[in-house]
Design a protein. Structure first.
Ligand code: GLY
Length: 494
């Protein structure tokens, strides 16, 4: 079943196709850069609905469903290495704003997952589904066992880190119940999701959104400030994970949409997929990040050194780096972005109409980065070579600083390259040099400022009858003679 079909079945089921008669309003995906002061990028399907959960706005409908574009970069280092981490994904969600609660959410999920494919469902074998509930959530455990019929030994209990969901920042939260598919013993150990999350793949998370969380660590140990005005439902089914299972492929990088980009990367580098783990990881990172970059640029993010711009820049640079690791030093990012547009535009047609802008942003960023890489990589290689000769194992802070400060080489990239070469880096020394440089820049700015604000020399020049005329609005060139020279606030002889 292709991704577009999964999406369609999802929306049809919740709009009017379920047997419980719970019709949901179909809401289009919001932009990835929805304005939320706590979030850089939309990271869950529920984000656009947050004001309804918090009671800040009256919900325009009691129930809703969507397939939301999401970006999560917390686990970026896992991308490509596991079968299930992606920086961009689409989250299929159904939401109840004070309408149905645990019983409704659980039975809807079970119906869609296990209904046969010929009858509009996803056709999962019920005997291979496992569920987890929050530690003391007997109510959810009972619904799974007594009403749905899941055997007790396939219902597991987990703590806050796994079965209490929040956006990772203050906002709505609640205990959750997750549904896993057992991919079989060839994928890992027996024992259910608590034993092995690669074998037991989480596909759907049902959040019983009833609390408000305060500030604190991302996953557990944060304070619960109280109850929300109503008991709500927020669920998230990973479209890509579901596609991997329904398409019979091993991981989310090989599904219909992502594999188009992966194949392009393989064609451009001449490195076949499936030969060797190390190059496979690179190909998966390329496919994942190129797609994320295309989606971010599509939604108006431009590469930069801060915030969302930095997330995008980092993705693009990791693609370029991995292409180089696979032997391609030529500019290829635009080609990969073109493939990403091809892969995603059936679901997001605006990518096609915005193609020129997306490609131009890409070409510009790649050009700048390739230049930086050329000079930075040479310097890095020389430093690594001389360490090899001297038998040193730690890349000195001065080299790290020079790469960063003189050549604009991103520090995370230096770290990655050092790891690849089995070298350690003097990160503490580097941070110290960065601090010192900041201090110097501050002192410099102060000195410059005072030099500029001491205008007495300029005043003297004007008072001596010399004056200058600005002709920049009429012309871009002209004859001029130097009337005086001021250095460090003092008049000097020319
Ligand atoms: N909001 C549910 C999830 O992201 O898992």
């Amino acid at each position: 079943m292709n991704s577009a079909e999964i999406r369609k079945r999802w929306l049809d089921f919740f709009e009017s196709g379920n047997r419980q008669g719970l019709n949901h309003a179909v809401v289009p995906s919001a932009s990835l850069i929805l304005n939320d002061p706590n979030l850089l990028l939309v990271n869950a399907g529920m984000v656009p609905f947050k004001p309804y959960f918090l009671g800040e706005l009256p919900p325009p409908y009691p129930r809703a469903t969507s397939v939301q574009k999401c970006v999560r970069t917390l686990d970026i280092d896992e991308v490509g290495k596991t079968t299930r981490h992606a920086s961009f994904f689409q989250m299929c969600g159904n939401f109840s704003f004070g309408d149905y609660f645990k019983e409704g959410a659980i039975s809807l999920a079970w119906e869609l997952l296990t209904r046969s494919q010929s009858d509009g469902g996803f056709g999962f074998d019920p005997a291979r589904l496992w569920v987890t509930v929050y530690l003391d959530d007997d109510e959810a455990a009972d619904i799974w066992h007594k009403q749905v019929g899941v055997p007790k030994d396939r219902i597991q209990r987990r703590g806050m880190a796994d079965n209490f969901w929040s956006m990772g920042v203050p906002g709505p939260c609640g205990p959750c119940s997750e549904i896993y598919f057992d991919r079989g013993p060839e994928y890992g150990r027996d024992g259910g999701p608590v034993a092995d999350e690669d074998r037991y793949l989480e596909i759907w998370n049902l959040v019983f959104m009833q609390n408000l969380r305060g500030d604190g660590p991302g996953k557990e140990g944060y304070p619960i400030l109280g109850e929300l005005p109503a008991k709500n439902i927020d669920t998230g089914l990973g479209l890509e994970r579901t596609a991997a299972l329904l398409q019979g492929v091993d991981n989310i990088y090989e599904i219909d949409t992502t594999s188009i980009i992966l194949r392009k990367a393989s064609e451009l580098t001449g490195v076949a997929y499936g030969l060797e783990e190390k190059s496979d990881v690179s190909l998966r990172v390329i496919a994942d990040h190129a797609r994320t970059a295309a989606m971010l640029i599509g939604d108006g993010v431009t590469p930069g050194n801060e915030g969302r711009g930095y997330v995008l820049r980092r993705m693009m640079r990791r693609v370029v780096r991995n292409m180089r690791i696979l032997g391609s030093a030529e500019p290829t990012l635009v080609e990969l972005i073109k493939s990403s547009i091809e892969a995603m535009s059936p679901q997001y047609p605006e990518l096609r109409s915005d193609r020129e802008r997306i490609e131009a942003v890409t070409a510009n960023e790649e050009g700048t980065f390739l230049e930086t890489l050329r000079s930075g990589t040479n310097i890095f290689d020389l430093a690594a070579e001389s360490m090899k000769k001297s038998g040193a194992k730690v890349l000195p802070a001065t080299d790290l600083f020079m790469l960063h400060d003189t050549y604009g080489f991103p520090f995370d990239l230096t770290l990655e390259m050092a790891t690849e070469k089995g070298l350690a880096v003097d990160e503490a020394g580097f941070r110290q040099l960065m601090r010192e440089q900041k201090e110097r820049a501050k002192a410099d700015a102060k000195a410059k400022k005072s030099g500029h604000t001491d205008l007495s020399e300029y005043r003297k020049i004007l008072e001596s009858g010399k004056s200058s005329e600005f002709i920049g609005y009429q012309s871009t060139s002209g004859e001029a003679s130097i009337l005086a020279i001021v250095s460090d606030g003092q008049s000097v002889q020319g």
